[in-house]
Structures are given as C-alpha cells and as structure tokens.
Design a protein around this ligand. Structure first.
Ligand SMILES: [Zn+2]
Ligand SMILES: [Zn+2]
Length: 278
C-alpha cells in the first residue's frame, strides 16, 4: 500500500507541521474531515479495487499500476536547456542543442517527463482517444514530478492548456491538456486559463507532415482573448511534444499578446530522429 500516493499522509502531515502550538479547532476539524474523506476513498479502493487501465492489475487510486508506471522510460539528462531534447551522450551538462542555436523559437524552456513509447504512449492514447480521462491524474503527477526546472518556483501567473479547435473538442468531448492543467493547478495552487488562448483555425492531423510543414500548418492558428498577462511568465501544458510546432506557435501568440516568458510542460515527447539528439 502506497500511503503517499493514496493521499492519506498529506492532511495529517499538514496538521502537524503547520501548527507548532495548539491548532485552531476549525482548521483542525477541516483537516480531520479531509483525512476521513481520504480514508473513505482508500477503503473503497481496498473493497472494490480499480483496474490498471493498461494491464488490468488491481490498483490503489485511479490510473496505472506500479508495474506499468515503473516501465515508463523517463527523459534523463543531459538535455537542451531550451527545447528539452535529450542528448544521446549521458556525459556533460545541459546546454543548447544545434536546433536551438540555429533556429528561432518562441518558448523559453520545454520539459517532458518521458519518451512517447511503450506504456506511456499506450496510456496517452487511452487518455486521448478512449475517453480514459481518469488518466489525467497519474500523467500530470508524472509530469510534475520529473520535470525540473519547471515548477511553481518559476513564478507563473497562470497555466495555459494548449487548446483544441472547437470541431475537435466536440468530437473528443474534452481537452486532454486542460485536464492535465487542472490537476497541476490544484497541486501547485496556480490559476488555470481555460479560454484565454483559443485555436481559431482548424488544421488537419499533423502526424504525417514534416516539421517545416507542421510549422506552416499551425501558423496564425491561435489567438488570445486579451493582453492581461503583459510582462508575466506563463506555463503551457500539453500531452505530447512532437515537432514543437504547435507549442511554439502558442508561445509566439502568447508573447504577441504581451507575455514576457513562456515555458512548456508536456507528459511525453517523441524522439524524432538523431538530429535532435546530437
Ligand atoms: Zn498496469
Ligand atoms: Zn534545443
């Protein structure tokens, strides 16, 4: 039983650490209610265990079992300090990759938790295409826990999910990036902008396009509802980083409307070819 992931420890830990003296009774009752709610949820998990969405193994909480979670291939350093691409050599520190030296991009720092392959690819496909929205929690937790230097210490004014065009949103029923952002917003106590960035131009699936074609396909596809984040730092949230064309165009748009800096956090990234990993 993993008490930390089941959420039983957090309320008691906060109660003990936040109150050196005698705790405020109202706050104390609130903490105990939260503890009781978590305990009730955990008992339900024990009595009626849920199944891992990849292998069917019984799992505490929602989403993935420990085995599937452990087989996800994490992206480890060294990586490019801007686009987050992993270098093929495990030696040396983080530095700019050739792409980021020669090509202008609008995002400031991209980080992704794992390689888009194996269990992580299957989990994201279930999350996006099979209406397994419960996977938002373990996938967002994975992204939050393994993507230094991205985090609330960077002083983000808000989290901005990469938007879907209305046609695709209607077809899918939900925006997977918004679900990830909502979970991260709760964890980091940061506001989530649901409608600030909008996709106004519909474009066909980019999976078969080359990188330059992808950039042309998304050019001018986004707009912002105002300039209220002028001078602020924003964090874009997406599920997968592929060519980077979509998040770069989002970052360009956010900066055109005044944002001073735009970081990007994704759950996974594809390893396109060896030119990314020199
Ligand atoms: Zn599993
Ligand atoms: Zn780079």
């Amino acid at each position: 039983m993993n008490l930390r992931r089941c959420g039983l420890i957090a309320p008691v830990f906060r109660l003990v650490t936040h109150h050196r003296g005698f705790p405020d009774p109202v706050h104390c009752i609130g903490m105990l209610r939260e503890f009781a709610a978590q305990l009730g949820t955990h008992l339900l998990d024990v009595l009626f265990p849920q199944a891992c969405m990849l292998c069917g193994e019984a799992v505490c909480g929602a989403g993935l079992c420990a085995g599937c979670y452990g087989r996800i291939e994490k992206i480890r350093g060294p990586v490019c300090i801007r686009c987050g691409a992993a270098f093929s050599s495990p030696y040396g520190g983080n530095h700019l990759c050739g792409d980021c030296i020669t090509r202008r991009v609008h995002y400031d720092c991209v980080r992704s938790a794992g390689v888009y392959a194996g269990e992580l690819r299957r989990a994201i496909q279930q999350f996006k295409f099979n209406r397994r929205s419960m996977l938002a929690e373990p996938l967002a937790e994975l992204a939050a826990g393994s993507c230094e230097p991205i985090g609330p210490h960077r002083g983000y004014a808000a989290l901005v999910p990469v938007p879907l065009h209305l046609h695709r949103l209607r077809h899918r029923g939900y925006n997977q990036s918004l679900l990830l952002a909502l979970y991260l917003g709760r964890q980091w106590d940061l506001p989530v902008e649901r409608d600030y960035l909008r996709r106004t131009i519909w474009s066909v699936s980019q999976t078969s396009l080359r990188r330059s074609q992808r950039r042309r396909a998304v050019r001018g596809a986004f707009t912002c509802s105002s300039s209220r984040y002028t001078g602020k730092r924003l964090l874009l949230i997406d599920d997968v980083f592929t060519s980077g064309a979509t998040v770069d165009e989002c970052a360009r748009t956010l900066k055109r409307y005044g944002a001073a800096a735009v970081d990007v956090l994704t759950v996974a990234r594809t390893l396109r070819d060896h030119s990314e990993c020199q």
